[in-house]
Write a protein that binds this ligand. Structure first.
Ligand code: MGD
Ligand code: MGD
Ligand code: MO
Length: 642
C-alpha cells in the first residue's frame, strides 16, 4: 500500500523543511517538499531530494563496530556498550569526569537528540564539553553585544522591504527557501543587492552586485557609514536608541572614504549607492554565516548592525539585520545547567585536546559531527583522536571521524527521527516523526543513552519514550499560547513567542535597552601575501550537507580560480593547492567572474580521499565568540610537476 507521511528535515540548515515521504511496502520511495508549509512551499533542496541514496546506502551502519587489533569489527550492542561503560567508569574513577570530552555538532538539529546526549554527560560528570562555535560564533556574539540577542523578524517581512542586501550570503545554495520570499519582495518593488567576494548563483536574483575582497566588508561598511554621516542620513531619533553614536562617527572617520574603499577594493560609487539605499526606505541586511568566519568577522557583523541601526533600519517592518533565528527558545530543557569542569574550544579542537593536562583527556564521545573533515587541521585532529584511550562516534556511516574511533554506534536518519526542531532561517517549529522505523540494529541518540545509562548505573537518566520527553520539551510558553506537542505533530507552527517585527518600538535586549554601537575596529588594512596570493574559501555546495554528500564526494578537490590566477594550468587541468599547512592535489576550474585573489573549493571533502579543505587550513579564532576563522587561509596554486 502506498502512503504519504510527513516529517521535518533535521539537517543543519536554516530552512527546516517539511518533507512528504511516499512509503511503498515499508520503504520510502520518494521525497517531496510539503506544499502546505509556508516556507518549504512544495520543494526540497538538491541534497535532501537525493537523501534516499544515504538512507538506503549499502554502507549504512546497522551494527555497532569495535576496534580489535586495529580493525573495526561488528559486535552486538551489549558488547559495545559494556566495553564503553567499563572504560568510561574506570576513567571517571581514576581521573575524574574532566578526562572525558563530549563533542556534539550539527548532524541533527533535533532538540531531543541534542539534549539526550548533553543530559547523559551532565549527569555522568558533568564532563568536559566544547566551547565557542565553528559555524556562527563571531556573528552571534556580535549581535548579542549590539542588540543583547541574535534573532530576526519574520522571513516574510522581506516582502515589505524596499531594498534587501544579501551581504555574504548565498541563498541559492545555503537557504534556497528564501528565494521565493525574495522573488515576492521583488514583485512588490524591492531591489536586491548582493555583496559577496564570490560570484555565485544568487547574483542572478540581484539588481546590483558588489565584489569586495575577502574580509574587506568592515572597510566597506565604514565607507558607507561615513557617507551616511556626511550626508546627514542618520535617523533623526538615532541618539534615543543608540549608544555610542559619536564614537561610531569617529571610527568611520578614521580613514578617508577613498582609503576605506581601496582597502575593501570597491568603488566609491558602490559605497554611496549602498548608503542611498539604506536611506531610501526599509532595508533588510541578510548577513550570511560564512562571512563572519574570518579573523575580523565579529567586527564586520557589528559594523553591519551599526549601519542598519543608525539609518533607522531596525525595529520597523521590512527592515533589520538578520543573522540568526532563535530556534531553541520555545523549547524547554531536561538539563540542570551545571557548569562543566573544563571546555575545549571547538575551532582549536586539536591543539586544546592535545594540550589538556592534569588530567589529560582520555576519552572523547563524538555525536552528530565529523570533526576530522569539518574542523581545521584535519590531520592533527585525527592524530589527537588516535592518541586517546577511548573514542566513541555515533553516526550512520563510517565518516573520517568514525574511521579513527574505537567504537562506532549506528544511529537513525532524519527519516527515522522522533524529535522537535526549530529553524535558524525562519520562525516555524515542528515535530519530526519517523516515516519508517529504523532498520534492525540501529538506535536513536536517545535510545543509545538510555541503554548506556543502564550499563553505567545512571538511574536518574530518563527511560521514557521519545514522545514523553518531547511533551516535556514543549515549553510552558508555547502551551500558554495553545501550542502543544499534538499541534506540532499535526503541522509546523509559527513560533508564537517570536515577534513578527524584532525590536518593535526600538527597544533592545541590552541592559539599557539601546543598541550598543561598535566603537573600535581592526586598525590594519589587509596586506598582500606574495608567497600565498589567494584566499582559500571553502564554501557550501548544493551537492552536500557539510561532509554528507548526496552522491560520492569528489576524489580530487575542484578549485575554482580566475583564469589569470591559474598559473598556466588549463581549465580542467591538475595542480597542487598549497597553504602553509599542507598541499592537496586539485582539478583547476577557470571562472572569469571570480576575483583574482580567491581560490574556491567545496567544503566537506573527505580527509581520507585527500579532498578535505580542512587538511590545509590552520586553526584560527575569530575576534569575537570563539568562532572559526576558516576563510582566512592563504594559498597558492602550483603546476602538477612542481
Ligand atoms: N547545500 C548546503 N546548504 C547548507 C550547508 C551545506 O553544507 N550545503 N551548510 C549549512 C550550514 S552548516 C550553514 S551554517 C548555513 C550557512 O551556510 P554558509 O555556507 O555559511 O552560507 P552563507 O551564509 O550563504 O555564506 C557563505 C557566503 O559568504 C561569502 N563570503 C565569504 N567570505 C566573505 C567575505 O569576506 N565577504 C563577503 N562579502 N562575503 C563572503 C561566500 O562567498 C558565500 O557566498 O547553510 C546551511 N546550508
Ligand atoms: N573548511 C571549512 N570547514 C567548515 C565549514 C566551512 O565552511 N569550511 N563550515 C563549518 C560549519 S558552518 C559547520 S556547521 C560545521 C559542520 O560540521 P559537522 O556538524 O561535523 O558536519 P557534518 O559533516 O554534517 O557532520 C554531521 C554528522 O552527523 C551525522 N548525523 C546525522 N544525523 C544524525 C543523528 O541524528 N544523530 C547523530 N548522532 N549523528 C547524525 C552525519 O551522518 C554526519 O556524519 O563545519 C564547519 N567546517
Ligand atoms: Mo554551519
Amino acid at each position: 500500500m502506498v502512503e504519504i507521511r510527513r516529517t521535518l528535515c533535521n539537517r543543519d540548515c536554516p530552512d527546516a523543511c517539511s518533507i512528504e515521504a511516499t512509503i511503498d511496502g515499508g520503504r520510502v520511495v520518494a521525497l517531496r517538499g510539503d506544499k502546505d508549509h509556508s516556507v518549504t512551499q512544495g520543494f526540497l533542496c538538491f541534497r535532501t531530494n537525493q537523501f534516499l541514496r544515504s538512507q538506503y546506502a549499502p554502507d549504512r551502519l546497522t551494527t555497532p563496530l569495535l576496534r580489535r587489533e586495529g580493525r573495526l569489527e561488528p559486535v552486538s550492542w551489549d558488547e559495545a556498550l559494556r566495553f564503553i561503560a567499563e572504560r568510561l567508569l574506570a576513567i571517571r574513577a581514576e581521573s575524574g569526569p574532566s578526562a572525558i570530552l563530549h563533542y556534539r555538532s550539527g548532524g541533527t538539529l533535533g532538540v531531543l537528540a541534542a539534549q539526550a546526549s548533553d543530559l547523559f554527560f551532565e549527569q555522568f560528570g558533568p564532563t568536559a564539553v566544547k566551547r565557542g562555535d565553528i559555524c556562527s560564533g563571531a556573528g552571534e556574539a556580535a549581535q548579542e553585544a549590539d542588540f543583547g540577542v541574535s534573532d530576526s523578524s519574520d522571513l516574510s517581512e522581506l516582502e515589505r522591504a524596499r531594498h534587501v542586501i544579501l551581504w555574504g550570503k548565498n541563498v541559492a545554495t545555503s537557504s534556497p527557501h528564501t528565494i521565493p520570499v525574495l522573488k515576492r519582495a521583488k514583485e512588490n518593488g524591492a531591489s536586491l543587492v548582493m555583496i559577496d567576494c564570490v560570484h555565485n548563483r544568487s547574483a542572478e536574483l540581484c539588481d546590483a552586485f558588489v565584489q569586495p575582497r575577502p574580509g574587506g566588508d568592515f572597510s566597506l561598511a565604514m565607507a558607507v557609514l561615513q557617507v551616511v554621516f556626511e550626508k546627514g542620513w542618520v535617523a533623526p531619533d538615532a541618539a534615543t536608541y543608540c549608544q555610542g553614536l559619536a564614537e561610531l562617527r569617529t571610527l568611520a572617520s578614521r580613514n578617508s572614504l577613498a582609503a576605506w574603499c581601496r582597502d575593501a577594493d570597491v568603488t566609491l560609487e558602490a559605497a554611496v549607492d549602498l548608503a542611498q539605499r539604506l536611506h531610501d526606505g526599509p532595508t533588510t541586511i541578510l548577513v550570511g554565516w560564512g562571512m563572519a568566519r574570518r579573523t575580523n568577522g565579529g567586527a564586520i557583523v557589528r559594523a553591519l548592525d551599526a549601519l542598519a541601526a543608525v539609518t533607522g533600519n531596525i525595529g520597523i517592518p521590512g527592515a533589520g539585520v538578520s543573522f540568526y533565528f532563535r530556534r531553541r527558545r520555545a523549547f524547554g530543557s531536561l538539563l540542570r545547567g551545571l557548569a562543566p569542569p573544563r571546555t575545549i574550544c571547538e575551532p582549536l579542537f586539536a591543539q586544546e585536546l592535545l594540550a589538556a593536562s592534569s588530567p589529560e583527556i582520555r576519552a572523547v564521545w563524538i555525536t552528530a559531527g565529523n570533526p576530522v573533515a569539518m574542523l581545521p587541521e584535519s590531520g592533527r585532529i585525527a592524530e589527537a583522536l588516535l592518541s586517546r584511550e577511548l573514542v566513541v562516534v555515533v553516526d550512520r556511516w563510517l565518516s573520517d571521524t568514525a574511521s579513527v574511533a574505537h567504537v562506532v554506534l549506528p544511529v537513525n536518519t532524519l527519516l527515522e527521527a522522533d524529535d522537535l526542531v526549530g529553524a535558524y532561517g525562519h520562525h516555524y517549529l515542528g515535530a519530526t516523526l519517523p516515516v519508517v522505523p529504523s532498520p534492525d540494529g540501529v538506535k536513536s541518540d536517545l535510545e543509545i543513552f538510555q541503554a548506556l545509562a543502564v550499563h553505567v548505573g545512571q538511574h536518574e537518566y530518563p527511560q521514557g519514550t521519545a514522545r514523553e520527553l518531547k511533551e516535556r520539551l514543549v515549553g510552558q510558553g508555547l502551551r500558554d499560547q495553545g501550542v502543544t506537542l499534538a499541534t506540532l505533530e499535526e503541522k509546523a507552527v509559527r513560533n508564537p513567542l517570536a515577534a513578527p517585527v524584532l525590536f518593535e518600538g526600538r527597544r533592545f535586549a541590552t541592559p539599557d535597552a539601546k543598541v550598543h554601537l561598535i566603537s573600535d575596529g581592526p586598525s590594519d588594512f589587509a596586506e598582500g601575501d606574495r608567497e600565498f596570493p589567494l584566499w582559500l574559501l571553502s564554501l557550501s555546495t548544493p551537492k552536500s550537507q557539510s561532509s554528507q554528500w548526496a552522491k560520492a564526494p569528489p576524489k580530487l578537490l575542484d578549485v575554482t580560480v580566475h583564469p589569470s590566477a591559474a598559473v598556466g594550468i588549463a581549465n580542467g587541468g591538475l595542480g597542487w593547492l598549497e597553504s602553509r599547512v599542507g598541499r592537496l592535489k586539485v582539478t583547476v576550474i577557470h571562472d572569469a567572474k571570480q576575483r583574482r585573489d580567491v581560490a574556491l573549493v567545496p567544503k566537506g571533502g573527505h580527509y581520507r580521499d585527500g579532498s578535505a579543505a580542512n587538511a590545509i587550513i590552520a586553526a584560527r579564532l575569530t575576534d569575537l565568540g570563539e568562532g572559526g576563522a576558516l576563510y582566512e587561509e592563504r594559498v597558492r596554486l602550483v603546476g602538477r610537476d612542481a
